[in-house]
Ligand binder design. Structure first.
Ligand code: GLU
Length: 428
């Protein structure tokens, strides 16, 4: 997001155009799918703790709802733009379609930095965002969820505002709610675990034992933390994580060659996934530049931070040993880097397949909310595993059969499903 020359929406459209050509999509279907259906840009005035007013800029983009109500998270980030939100909304459409859940795609964002905002100010942003959109989102229309720098508390404030406006209890308006307040057990773990379910299947397909593998991770937020946990459980070793340091406005890679200890690191991590540098050094972590994560001598790379992290600039730094890239983040790899990765025969677990565990569990949350009957955590995670594994198999089978790059195979499945739904509805 910090790279001014990078435009996530142009990248999402380029990926779409490539598959539209491959599928020979007609002009109307292309026109319908390469741009979002609806977009909202909002001013959110908030009274700050010092009594002054600050106006935050917010967005919601609904890319497509042919397969069901549109669904997608809301991000808080200082560098958010309408174009990143457009791209992310499009990727949500493909994500829900590739795992075959009955939802469309949308995304939201607010330009703000929660590091510098009190809880009360963040609550003001959440409530203001909902007030502006109260008629345009809804349990049967468009359902937000957590994403970068938003969490279950933000979701609860949003729910509360929405219910106050509509004068009813409407838990289906938002997912990622706290457990006990309509949230689902397993939702917090779901995205990170989902990444590892697909990674486990990829390793199986390549005939590699997880306990003989070593990984490098970019990011240390919710997705990365749970991915590391489950990967460790399968026997894999993570040798480094890279994350943002708020104090220095830079990122660093924290490395321990015999394997990082997730519990030890979590004790010195803030709620945004930032690691305390001094304490990390005290407990024996080497501190390398932020982008060092990509050049480590490992079998698996897990980019689980933001978009535009593996690009033409650094793709050639990827070690010859790397066999799999599992994209926990949305849009971490640019099309130029993809070409190199495909040529090198690295097995790609594309974002909208690999990180679909979050939205799949959001779907479970809605189902449970509607029944007002909540499942046990194991039940949620077993159901999640079944969906992720079957989506992986569908994509890898097509990739093998048609000799396609994994990202292209995932796109073919997703775009075909959405295009068919648009046709069946008589839209094109
Ligand atoms: N923000 C998550 C994603 O990018 C989850 C979205 C949701 O649960 O609706 O997939």
């Amino acid at each position: 997001m910090s790279d001014k020359s990078f435009n996530a929406f142009e990248m999402a459209q380029a990926q779409f155009d490539h598959i539209a050509d491959l599928l020979g999509l007609d002009a109307a279907t292309r026109a319908l799918l390469r741009n979002p259906m609806r977009e909202y840009a909002l001013n959110i005035p908030v009274r700050m703790d010092d009594g002054s007013f600050q106006v935050f800029r917010g967005f919601r983009v609904q890319h497509n709802d042919a397969r069901g109500p549109s669904k997608g998270g809301i991000r808080f980030h200082p560098l958010e733009t309408i174009d990143t939100v457009r791209a992310l909304s499009m990727w949500m459409t493909w994500k829900c379609a590739v795992v075959d859940i009955p939802l469309g795609g949308s995304k939201g964002g607010v330009i703000c930095d929660p590091h510098n905002l009190s809880n009360r100010e963040q609550e003001g942003i959440c409530r203001g965002w909902v007030r502006q959109l109260a008629r345009d989102i809804g349990p049967l229309r468009d359902i937000p969820a957590p994403d970068v720098m938003t969490n279950s508390q933000h979701m609860l404030w949003m729910l509360d505002e929405y219910e106050a406006i509509h004068g009813a209890k409407l838990p289906g308006i938002i997912t990622g709610k706290p457990v006990g307040m309509g949230g689902s057990l397993g939702r917090t773990e779901a995205t990170g675990f989902g990444v590892i379910y697909t990674l486990r299947e990829a390793l199986k397909e390549l005939g590699i034992n997880p306990d003989e593998t070593v990984a490098s991770v970019q990011g240390f937020g919710n997705v990365a933390q749970y991915a590391i946990r489950l990967y460790n459980k399968l026997g894999g070793k993570v040798i480094c994580v890279s994350c943002w340091d708020q104090e220095d406005s830079a990122s660093y890679t924290y490395r321990k060659s015999d394997g990082i200890d997730i519990d030890e690191l979590l004790k010195i991590t803030d709620r945004f996934g930032g690691i305390d540098k001094k304490k990390a050094a005290e407990i024996g972590y080497e501190m390398l530049p932020g982008d060092a994560w990509i050049e480590q001598d490992v079998d698996i790379l897990i980019p689980a931070a933001l978009e535009n992290q593996i690009s033409a600039k650094n793709v050639n730094k990827i070690s010859q040993r790397v066999k799999i890239i599992a994209e926990g983040a949305n849009g971490p790899t640019t099309p130029e880097a993809d070409k190199v990765i495909a040529e090198r025969n690295i097995f790609m677990l594309p974002d909208f397949l690999a990180n679909a565990g979050g939205v799949t569990c959001s779907y479970f949350e809605q189902v449970q909310s509607n029944m007002n009957y909540f499942w046990k955590k194991d039940e949620v995670l077993d159901k999640l595993d079944i969906i992720m594994t079957s989506a992986f198999r569908g994509v890898s089978e097509l990739a093998r059969k048609k000799k396609l790059f994994m990202r292209d195979a995932a796109y073919v499945i997703a775009i075909n499903r959405v295009a068919q739904a648009c046709k069946d509805r008589g839209w094109v």
